[in-house]
Design a protein around this ligand. Sequence first.
Ligand code: AHR
Length: 649
Amino acid sequence: MKKHIFTLAFLLGVVCTAHSKPKQISNSKAISPDLIGVFFEDINYAADGGLYAELIQNRSFEYNPTDHSGWGSFTAWEYITQGYGYGALSVETTSPVHPNNPHYAVLKIEEAGQEGIGLKNSGFDGISVKAGQKYDFSVFIAQPDGSSMPIQVKLVNKKGETLGEATFTTNSKDWKKYTATITVAQSQDSASLVLLAKAKGKIAIDMVSLFPQNTFKNRVNGLRADLAQTIADLKPKFMRFPGGCLVHGDGLGNMYRWKNTIGPVEQRVAQKNIWNYHQTAGLGYFEYFQFCEDMGAKPLPVVPAAVSCQNSGGTWRIGGTGQKGIQLTEMPEYIQEVLDLIEWANGPVTSTWGAKRAAAGHPKPFHLEYVGIGNEDKITPEFKERFKLIYDVVKAKHPEITVIGTVGPAPEGEDFEQGWKFANKENVPMVDEHYYMKPEWFLANQKRYDAYDRSKSKVYLGEYASWGNSLFNAIAEAAYMTSLERNGDVVRLSSYAPLLAKAGHTQWNPDMIYFNNSTIYLTANYYVQQLFSTNEGDVYHSNVVTPAINKADTALAFSCVRNSKTGDVIIKLVNSAKVEKAFKVNLSQFKGIGTKATVSILTGEADAKNSFETPDKVKPVTSDFKAARNFTYTVQPMSLTVISVKAKK
Ligand code: AHR
């Protein structure tokens, strides 16, 4: 275990407010302005079928049984003949749209009948469409005999009634992209998309796609607007992606390789998702970086440390064949891939990879500051050797990038200790800690970071959650988050995990945001994250709040931060007891604030939870509040209270 030296942290900071000249205030210190972010991983159908707004499942016929037992090229598809037509359907690979996307459907129409024959896609548990909204349809079709084919595409309800349609005629022997807009007449949660060929002949079909025009920020190949908005509403300071275990993958061949996820979607490499489904890579690195920018969050990509998951072939953290490393002879190429990512994100348009970013529509750099290397890897000699090879080159070539190392999947234990020892030896600037624990653990461990050695690696608490979505779980997390703020000089970044979960496709519970195709509900844990992230400060003050009766009351936690941009002073009071408690607040040290304040309170029964049926059972309520230089504030049982005292304008 690394030795934590007791900190003199409260004596460290120089404080400056927007309303007064920089000034030394005792018992205060500068803390991370990026403390609270989000961690996005494609788990629980978070990407395909979730945040990624594509409505067609298995659009490129690439599903196969390694993704999920029983899956194949026609999963989510149905062959349909209507009006007495007949023909044949097959999957082929001889002349694909692109070698990265090998499978496509071939439809032979022997007799078109009255309505044509074709394919029907049921989306991800049905396609949810809204009356009056427009949907962008696209498909790649080739017609080897060179003739033309009239095509009808329509959205239909369960009874087969048309909700909206479009028609076009193909005119190319070679693969060509056809597009159409479908306006929907009637809202429907379980529509299907039907593509019908209306004449005798043969066509090859690939990349059948349907997007709502209303994506987040109206981006093409964009994100589901309502889900993306709930994430943006957290005002995250950064977003880590694409995982999690997804990063190091189920065997070396399944590692997440960022270059496979950029460029035209029909040229990206789809692959098995380690969480037992399929990744189209339609939500790829460009879309992740763009989403970060659209939210005002810093991008935090995590690349594999050139080793696969130690549990490859097993289930999460259990069994498996053990970690495998990329051959050392292949490491120079792999290291170049990491350097290319930095160039792709930050390089000028004249650079090789900066030019690719520009070609995708983003000539300006993405301002990448952080790169994670590895995720919860077993700290073996193979891991250390590969990590060091990557890290040394990135450090030398890009001293402006903060590299984040990894220290295993738990708050203690062998990988944690070995990971820290290694990070300290190599002077890795920051390490990624992960832990999922009982709420009682979070309440009992609030002093964890008080004792961390400030001269060693900083901490990114990259994954944490208490096991549950009840208010008590969320309050335990809130108490812990006051300790993250108090230690915001050493804990620089933190993110709850996992972020998203689709009902019926959940590999992991609890999660922060639950959704189905049309509805979202936010958990108590979400509201705690939001109350902290929208009330962040960059200076911590230790001598403002005290419990009114018993200073050592373990049911209470609190923090006070100041936002030096706005001048606002923000107090967070947490009570995990089932009775009211009181705090004393002394604001007399602050210049430039008045009495105008708001108070937000999250409270309820300890076991209260939100659900699709009762989405608002646990929700914060905000009202105006009149602060004073000194006041006593009584907090409700099982509550988080955030008082934001406004700076004088
Ligand atoms: O957040 C879910 C999983 O938990 C992540 O993929 C992994 O890093 C951790 O074990």
